[in-house]
Design a protein around this ligand. Structure first.
Ligand code: ZN
Length: 131
Protein backbone atom coordinates (compact mmCIF):
# COMPACT_ATOMS: atom_id res chain seq x y z
CA UNK A 1 0.00 0.00 0.00
CA UNK A 2 1.33 3.40 -0.94
CA UNK A 3 2.21 5.75 1.87
CA UNK A 4 0.69 9.20 1.93
CA UNK A 5 3.03 11.96 0.85
CA UNK A 6 3.21 14.45 3.76
CA UNK A 7 3.42 17.32 1.25
CA UNK A 8 -0.04 16.41 -0.06
CA UNK A 9 -1.82 17.32 3.18
CA UNK A 10 -4.78 19.55 2.47
CA UNK A 11 -4.60 19.03 -1.27
CA UNK A 12 -7.63 17.70 -3.16
CA UNK A 13 -7.64 14.08 -4.23
CA UNK A 14 -7.41 13.12 -7.88
CA UNK A 15 -11.15 12.39 -8.13
CA UNK A 16 -12.14 15.71 -6.56
CA UNK A 17 -9.68 17.61 -8.76
CA UNK A 18 -10.98 15.80 -11.84
CA UNK A 19 -14.68 16.32 -11.14
CA UNK A 20 -14.48 19.98 -10.16
CA UNK A 21 -11.39 21.29 -12.01
CA UNK A 22 -9.48 22.02 -8.82
CA UNK A 23 -5.93 23.25 -8.56
CA UNK A 24 -3.91 20.25 -7.31
CA UNK A 25 -2.02 22.39 -4.80
CA UNK A 26 -4.59 24.70 -3.19
CA UNK A 27 -7.92 23.16 -4.23
CA UNK A 28 -9.34 26.31 -5.83
CA UNK A 29 -11.45 26.07 -8.99
CA UNK A 30 -8.78 27.71 -11.09
CA UNK A 31 -7.55 24.86 -13.27
CA UNK A 32 -9.43 25.74 -16.46
CA UNK A 33 -9.42 28.96 -18.44
CA UNK A 34 -11.97 27.77 -21.00
CA UNK A 35 -14.03 24.72 -21.82
CA UNK A 36 -11.06 22.34 -21.90
CA UNK A 37 -8.06 24.68 -21.87
CA UNK A 38 -5.86 24.87 -18.80
CA UNK A 39 -5.17 28.26 -17.27
CA UNK A 40 -1.49 29.14 -17.41
CA UNK A 41 -1.23 29.28 -13.61
CA UNK A 42 -3.41 29.18 -10.51
CA UNK A 43 -4.84 32.61 -9.65
CA UNK A 44 -4.73 31.78 -5.92
CA UNK A 45 -1.44 29.94 -5.27
CA UNK A 46 0.39 30.71 -8.58
CA UNK A 47 1.09 27.04 -9.34
CA UNK A 48 2.38 26.96 -12.93
CA UNK A 49 0.03 24.68 -14.88
CA UNK A 50 2.09 25.16 -18.05
CA UNK A 51 4.91 23.14 -16.51
CA UNK A 52 2.74 20.01 -16.62
CA UNK A 53 2.27 18.03 -19.79
CA UNK A 54 -0.75 15.73 -19.88
CA UNK A 55 -0.21 15.00 -23.57
CA UNK A 56 -2.81 13.71 -26.00
CA UNK A 57 -3.70 10.63 -24.00
CA UNK A 58 -7.06 11.90 -22.76
CA UNK A 59 -8.28 12.87 -26.24
CA UNK A 60 -7.41 9.54 -27.84
CA UNK A 61 -8.74 7.56 -24.91
CA UNK A 62 -12.01 9.50 -24.87
CA UNK A 63 -12.50 9.21 -28.61
CA UNK A 64 -12.39 5.45 -28.37
CA UNK A 65 -14.51 5.05 -25.25
CA UNK A 66 -17.16 7.68 -25.95
CA UNK A 67 -17.38 6.68 -29.60
CA UNK A 68 -17.88 3.02 -28.75
CA UNK A 69 -20.49 3.71 -26.08
CA UNK A 70 -22.51 6.22 -28.11
CA UNK A 71 -22.44 4.19 -31.33
CA UNK A 72 -23.61 1.18 -29.35
CA UNK A 73 -26.44 3.17 -27.82
CA UNK A 74 -27.42 4.65 -31.20
CA UNK A 75 -27.51 1.20 -32.76
CA UNK A 76 -29.56 -0.16 -29.88
CA UNK A 77 -32.04 2.72 -30.20
CA UNK A 78 -32.30 2.28 -33.96
CA UNK A 79 -32.89 -1.45 -33.77
CA UNK A 80 -35.29 -1.43 -30.83
CA UNK A 81 -37.37 1.75 -31.46
CA UNK A 82 -36.45 2.75 -35.04
CA UNK A 83 -37.04 6.48 -34.47
CA UNK A 84 -36.95 9.07 -37.27
CA UNK A 85 -33.52 10.40 -38.24
CA UNK A 86 -34.05 13.78 -36.56
CA UNK A 87 -34.36 12.04 -33.19
CA UNK A 88 -30.87 10.65 -33.65
CA UNK A 89 -29.54 14.10 -34.54
CA UNK A 90 -31.25 15.79 -31.59
CA UNK A 91 -30.11 13.09 -29.20
CA UNK A 92 -26.57 12.12 -30.20
CA UNK A 93 -25.04 15.42 -31.31
CA UNK A 94 -25.52 17.24 -27.99
CA UNK A 95 -24.83 14.10 -25.98
CA UNK A 96 -21.57 13.47 -27.82
CA UNK A 97 -20.50 17.10 -27.43
CA UNK A 98 -21.27 17.13 -23.71
CA UNK A 99 -19.58 13.77 -23.11
CA UNK A 100 -16.41 14.82 -24.92
CA UNK A 101 -16.16 18.20 -23.17
CA UNK A 102 -16.87 16.82 -19.71
CA UNK A 103 -14.65 13.80 -20.31
CA UNK A 104 -11.76 15.93 -21.52
CA UNK A 105 -12.02 18.24 -18.52
CA UNK A 106 -12.18 15.38 -16.05
CA UNK A 107 -9.41 13.31 -17.60
CA UNK A 108 -7.06 16.24 -18.15
CA UNK A 109 -7.59 17.44 -14.58
CA UNK A 110 -7.05 13.91 -13.23
CA UNK A 111 -3.81 13.50 -15.14
CA UNK A 112 -2.52 16.90 -14.04
CA UNK A 113 -3.41 16.19 -10.40
CA UNK A 114 -1.73 12.78 -10.58
CA UNK A 115 1.32 14.35 -12.18
CA UNK A 116 1.45 16.97 -9.41
CA UNK A 117 1.01 14.47 -6.58
CA UNK A 118 3.71 12.17 -7.93
CA UNK A 119 5.99 15.01 -8.98
CA UNK A 120 6.19 13.45 -12.39
CA UNK A 121 7.75 15.31 -15.27
CA UNK A 122 9.39 14.81 -18.58
CA UNK A 123 12.83 13.28 -18.50
CA UNK A 124 15.60 15.76 -19.09
CA UNK A 125 19.34 15.60 -19.51
CA UNK A 126 19.85 15.68 -15.73
CA UNK A 127 17.82 12.47 -15.46
CA UNK A 128 20.13 10.46 -17.71
CA UNK A 129 22.50 8.26 -15.76
CA UNK A 130 26.09 8.04 -16.84
CA UNK A 131 27.42 4.48 -17.24
ZN1 ZN B 1 -3.77 26.83 -6.64
Amino acid sequence: MAQANPDNTGQPGIVQAALFGLCPRCGSRTLFDGMTKFASCCRVCTLDFDSYNVGDGPAAFLTLIIGAVLVGLALWLEVSVHPPFWVHVLLWVPLTTAAVIWGLRASKAALLAAEHQRRAGEAGSKDVREP
